[in-house]
Design a protein. Structure first.
Length: 335
């Protein structure tokens, strides 16, 4: 389900899983998120903070509700549970491998790496409930993705397209829908005038408005110099060189974009090696043969890396290009 950012994804998640937990005894239901705290917030803010005020829900729950970082769970009197798990994406999701659920909801799924979804999350749902095993009844686990939209180059869009294609072919195992901001306007949740004011802000691009509020996957970011549909096919190197081949007469140009921050979602320092293959008519072909990115590398580390590239790995380098404005100025001493 792809929704705009104002429709209350976490609230809907909480209500859905509470209904499942009450109606299906001994069910195990998991919530994972692309952001570490967000899965826990479904339990802390939506269930414990709001929904237990409903006496019909409260009487089904075993109190107290646990909200710890490593143990965030709602236990029900019929044996069901709703648990928030941490994916620890920087560790490949390994910390979540041991859990088993009858259904798992991936909140803000666009932020979850596709490898973690395929290798960690989906295998979690292959175990039946004990009641289904005892009565020898077929039962399939469910993986539910809920998110705002994003770029068409994202893993989420590929998954959305696949689920959509399976659904229109008639498969009952797949379902997709998008809920733009107009749904909230029609339901009286907010005023369209307020939403359109967001669109007019100088910091809001048309692309960002479409995927944040319109639940529309867009082809590229409005800040992109080149559209993604042009650059995406070029991201795989068919012929790469970790170093200059022996007896090579080709010349190389090395370009380096400087960045030093190690914060999450910060820019990476990026280096490309371009090979010049001269033709008999005096022109040449440019090929990118080597690319490397660094996150949080210090300037001395980047300087040593560039020296190694220029003098050892690609000695036929004729030009090193560095953006020397700002952080890159100290790298001008590379020689």
């Amino acid at each position: 389900m792809v929704k705009n950012k104002l429709l209350g994804k976490s609230y809907l998640t909480a209500i859905f899983f509470i209904c499942m937990a009450i109606l299906y005894p001994n069910g195990k239901y998991g919530i994972a998120s692309g952001q570490g705290q967000q899965a826990r917030n479904v339990i802390i803010q939506k269930i414990k903070g709001e929904l237990i005020k409903n006496e019909n829900i409260a009487r089904e729950i075993i109190f107290p509700i646990k909200t710890g970082v490593d143990d965030c769970v709602v236990l029900f009197k019929n044996g069901s549970e709703i648990r928030a798990i941490s994916l620890a994406q920087n560790q490949g999701g390994e910390g979540a491998r041991s859990w088993r659920f009858n259904a798992i909801l991936v909140d803000e799924a666009r932020l979850v790496k596709d490898s973690i979804t395929e290798e960690i999350l989906i295998p979690m749902t292959k175990t039946k409930r004990q009641a289904a095993i005892y009565h020898n009844k077929p039962e399939k686990g469910k993986v539910i993705f809920i998110s705002s939209a994003y770029l068409k180059t994202s893993d989420l869009y590929k998954r959305f397209r696949y689920h959509y294609e399976q659904m229109i072919k008639g498969s009952k195992d797949y379902y997709v829908c998008t809920l733009p901001y107009q749904v909230g306007v029609q339901a009286g949740m907010f005023e369209e005038e307020d939403i359109l004011k967001e669109k007019d802000k100088p910091t809001m691009t048309m692309d960002k408005f479409e995927y944040e509020y319109g639940a529309i996957f867009v082809g590229s970011s409005g800040e992109s110099y080149y559209p993604y549909d042009i650059t995406e096919p070029c991201r795989v190197l068919n012929k790469c060189e970790l170093e200059q081949p022996k007896k090579s007469n080709s010349e190389y140009i090395i370009v380096h974009d400087v960045a030093i921050s190690a914060k999450n979602n910060s820019d990476n320092a990026c280096t490309h090696v371009i090979k010049l293959k001269y033709k008999t008519n005096g022109t040449y072909i440019k090929e990118i043969v080597y690319t490397k990115t660094h996150n949080g590398a210090t300037l001395p580390e980047q300087m040593q890396f560039l020296r190694t590239l220029v003098h050892i790995k690609f000695p036929n380098t004729i030009k090193l290009i560095i953006d020397v404005r700002g952080n890159g100025e100290p790298l001008t001493v590379v020689a």
